[in-house]
Design a protein around this ligand. Sequence first.
Ligand code: FPP
Length: 262
Amino acid sequence: MDDSTFETFFADPPASIDLNALDRTRVPRHISCIMDGNGRWATSRGLSRGEGHKAGIVSLREIITACVRLGVDVLSAYAFSTENWSRPKAEVNLLMHLFAKTFIEELPLLHRENVKVLFLGDISSLPEETRRVFEYGLAETRDHTGMVLALAVNYGGRAEIARAARLLANKVAAGELSADDIDEASIAGELYTAGLPDPELVIRTSGELRISNYLLWQVAYSEFYITDTYWPDFDRWGLVEAILAFQHRDRRFGGLSRAKGR
Ligand code: FPP
């Protein structure tokens, strides 16, 4: 199937979606996904949780391509939190192996689509296979100029902010920075997301209404879209629905409504 253009990739929408209603000039620059529900998706089908994660990877691949076709600048996705280490060792090992395997398998896609990969989180302490593959992928896609794919792996929002505070304190101690000059921009500049726009739209699948220590600083003014769909069932049309919902939001950033002037 030719899916190389917006028109071919988004051909044949389901009847429930009015693609003409999508304003392609107002697609969020940065979309972020909390990919939840792989385990429940698998259990509900009598499959192992590992099968759920494999199916989740297929969804991620589709969403990466969809975001490229939509002209999104940054797609970020929560793959593994600092809290996920408390899962059974077998599941953690499987996830780490899947990350490495998938990453190698998807490199041709990342090359073809000119996608540049970044990691949010501390990848230095990952199992060696995963860390080496991720470092290889970083180097391989460093010069890509298209969409940024920011994968949160071994990521925690509070840990990220504490790390930024530590980095700034070290600069102050070294005489490179005055404590009085620390402001929001200097903190943002020490986060893993330094240089990226904040997410305009955060999508969480599987219906949970929480942020789970994800991008705590960066989501200050993000719009949230929660769907009951489990991540492995989330596809290009689910993404379009989320963007259509986003385009109906009245983003005020603490100010007054643009639409109503009040
Ligand atoms: C949450 O489902 C999902 C994960 C913990 C892993 C998601 C990772 C991917 C889809 C692949 C990422 C790929 C790379 C290369 C980094 P869950 O297990 O929490 O589901 P549950 O809440 O139903 O148990």
